[in-house]
Design a protein around this ligand. Structure first.
Ligand code: PRP
Ligand code: URA
Length: 218
């Protein structure tokens, strides 16, 4: 199945419908899936989504010698990339992407949702330098109310980032609307846009609390 690209209020939302992505998403949605399998499924999904996120990178030409002759190849300069994990659950996507882009810069933004208001509270931030020269790929499996992703991207822009993409696994329509209104210049790449948020601001059908499922906490 081909990807679905949605354009709304000048924003781009790419829903990756690849059968392997959907297979692994179904696996991690299943409440019978334990933490170890949940983490490995998330890691595999992150690598498949990385393929989509990096599709429009501009590689550099590089001259090499094969064992038989010289040729002109291409390389991606990891120094022009930056992966930003929204803690905790963002780390479930970060590690798999780092396997593919080992020389990318790495940043962390620690946010948790206040259990009553669902407003994100920042508790940590550490970002690499020269953000303005890098494509910043922000990762978090869940886009629910959109508060955490919107706040994280705001902090990145304040720190100088100019080119940003946001990667999640499951998004709620409500979160997509909030995020694209605040940051229409930041494309969203996701494996699914689910039905709705419930009255606890959990995504339905969703996959539950991503951080808790990754680490077996409650
Ligand atoms: C989850 C998730 C997102 C956020 C999404 O994190 O990983 O960061 O909720 O919700 P929102 O779109 O309504 O802001 P959580 O706050 O549970 O923290 P955790 O990753 O430490 O578990
Ligand atoms: N955060 C999660 O981890 N899951 C949701 O459904 C909503 C927010």
């Amino acid at each position: 199945m081909t990807n679905q690209t949605i354009r709304a209020t000048n924003a781009t939302i790419e829903v990756v419908n690849h059968p392997l992505v959907q297979h692994k998403l179904t696996l991690i949605r299943d409440s019978k899936t334990d933490s170890a399998l949940f983490r490995s499924g998330l890691r595999e999904i992150s690598q498949l989504l990385a393929y989509e996120v990096c599709r429009d990178l501009e590689p550099e030409k590089v001259e090499i010698n094969t064992p038989l002759e010289s040729m002109s190849g291409t390389r991606v300069d990891g120094g022009k990339l930056c992966l930003i994990s929204i803690l905790r659950a963002g780390n479930g996507l970060l590690d798999g992407m780092l396997d593919l882009m080992p020389t990318a810069g790495v940043g962390h933004i620690g946010l948790y949702r206040d259990p009553d208001t669902h407003v994100p509270v920042e508790y940590y931030i550490k970002l690499p330098e020269q953000l303005e020269e890098r494509l910043c790929i922000v990762v978090d499996p869940m886009l629910a109310t959109g508060g955490s992703a919107t706040a994280a991207v705001q902090r990145l822009k304040q720190a100088g980032a100019k080119r940003i993409k946001f990667v999640c696994v499951v998004a709620a329509p409500e979160g997509v609307e909030v995020f694209t209104k605040a940051h229409p210049d930041v494309p969203i790449i996701t494996a699914s846009i689910d039905r709705e948020l419930d009255d606890q601001a959990y995504i339905r059908p969703g996959l539950g609390d991503a951080g808790d499922r990754m680490y077996g906490t409650k």
